[in-house]
Design a binder for this molecule. Structure first.
Ligand code: ADP
Length: 440
């Protein structure tokens, strides 16, 4: 049985005065006479001294203690202190003599739930006092329990946060070590490889004519493989280099960065008869302009490269999210959804080099650059219907253009996921891109 239940309260009456004790019993049995669901029953156990009261409190459970502070073997607040230490969560109501009011008040301050002047004992008052004392104590206990639970939860979260911090630091360190290792290894590999390559070329030049067609072909293949390995090593070196903390330059105008990128890519753009246009005013961001340029350059050249159209079209734009989302959209061959994650793995390619040239490091480098700037990269694409690569970058503290006014409007999470937008149909040029293209 729940000993808090008010319907049947076990009362421990600690009272040496037989007249007062009888009064309490009578008052409580009046309550029994008038018992209804609200008031319930009281079972009274009486002791006259502190000692047996302490023993009983340890051995049994009571709903309330009615306590006279003046007992033959203890007096005043000391009586309360002793009873409290044995009572645990059982509420204590002090029965005060008329001249004990001050003492009774002090008792409340020291943990008694209530006090009653003996001279004014009557049924409904006593019942109500007991009930309130029980309820108050219950509230106190619950509050303590909740506080403890909150403290425990807080301590747990704190511990987890510390653990997370420790692991993050550990991971950062391991990543740095891996980068260092890969960098040194690649760097050291480059020298002998150059030697092999140079010797192969010399062999071809000096002794090529002495070899038959098969021998010449094998030597040429060896040169090609050396070149290929050199490209892979260079890409690996680039990948390792872009990982470190970025110098946080503010006020980088992405329009200027993109202009420079497009100037550099001009020969490749013209060679493919491609059109690359900036369809929005781009924001001003924080980061390393060279690395950000490298990321944009990678995306634009992919848009032209993985494109079988006679006249590929690539658009660079910006969505008014917070932080701003830059996108590079092409009308190329597209990427099946199942490859969307894999293409960010270093050296992972979906085609042979005969079909489309490359090493498979570009997007991995893009992701590393963007993440080291605190942003993220993702894409929307379907096989055969173009691709849009998105990336977020931290805006500059003092935004300088109109985009900043709208930048807080759409959180980046609200940009459609690839699956959602795929359901909406092909996204390529679905907006009045041609009109917007003239803005520039
Ligand atoms: P690379 O361009 O050297 O192959 P990336 O890391 O840039 O390496 O790209 C990895 C792979 O992702 C590419 O081989 C290609 O299959 C696919 N890919 C990347 N960008 C595009 C794109 N815009 N359109 C279609 N496929 C793409």
């Amino acid at each position: 049985m729940d000993y808090w239940q008010i319907e049947n309260v076990r009362v421990l009456l600690v009272e040496d005065n037989p007249i007062d004790a009888r009064t309490v019993r009578e008052v409580l049995s009046e309550a029994r006479g008038a018992m209804d669901v609200r008031h319930g029953l009281f079972t009274v156990t009486r002791v006259e001294r502190l000692e047996p009261a302490l023993e009983l409190l340890v051995a049994e459970r009571f709903g309330v203690v009615l306590l006279d502070l003046r007992l033959p073997d203890s007096d005043g607040l000391e009586t309360l202190a002793q009873i409290r230490s044995a009572a645990g969560n059982t509420p204590i109501v002090v029965l005060a003599g008329v001249d004990d009011d001050r003492l009774a008040l002090a008792a409340i301050q020291q943990g008694a739930q209530d006090f009653l002047a003996k001279g004014r004992l009557e049924s409904s008052l006593l019942r109500r006092t007991i009930r309130h004392a029980v309820e108050r104590k219950r509230g106190e206990v619950q509050l303590r329990r909740h506080t403890r639970e909150v403290e425990l939860a807080h301590a747990h979260i704190e511990k987890q946060a510390q653990e997370l911090k420790r692991r993050t630091e550990q991971l950062d360190r391991i990543n740095r070590e891996l980068d260092d290792f890969a960098y040194i290894a690649s760097h050291d590999l480059k020298e002998p490889l150059r030697g092999i390559s140079a010797y192969c070329e010399m062999l071809l030049e000096d002794y090529g004519l002495k070899l038959d067609d098969g021998g010449q072909h094998k030597l040429e293949t060896l040169v090609n493989l050396c070149n290929r390995l050199e490209t892979l090593i260079s890409d690996l070196l680039t990948y390792c280099r872009v990982g470190g903390p970025t110098p946080a330059e503010t006020g980088i105008d992405l329009n200027a960065v993109t202009d420079e990128v497009l100037d550099t890519l001009r020969p490749a753009i013209d060679y493919r008869n491609a059109t690359v246009r900036v369809v929005d005013h781009l924001p001003t961001v924080t980061g390393d302009p060279t690395l950000i340029g490298m990321a944009i350059s990678n995306l634009v050249s992919n848009g032209i490269k993985f494109n079988d159209n006679d006249r590929p079209v690539v658009e660079i734009g910006c969505l008014p999210t917070s932080p701003p989302t830059i996108f590079v959209r092409d009308d190329g061959i597209g990427i099946a959804e199942k490859h969307h994650e894999a293409i960010f793995t270093i050296f992972r390619r979906l085609h042979t080099r005969k079909e489309y040239d490359g090493s498979g490091a570009g997007l991995t480098i893009v992701r590393k650059i963007v993440e080291s700037h605190g942003g993220r990269v993702w894409l929307e694409s379907e096989r055969g219907s173009g691709s849009t690569l998105y990336l977020t970058l931290e805006p500059s503290e003092a935004p300088s253009d109109t985009l900043a006014e709208t930048a807080a409007e759409i959180p980046t999470e609200e940009i459609a996921t690839p699956v959602e937008s795929a359901k909406k149909g092909p996204h390529w040029m679905s907006q009045p891109a041609a009109e917007r293209a003239t803005r520039r």
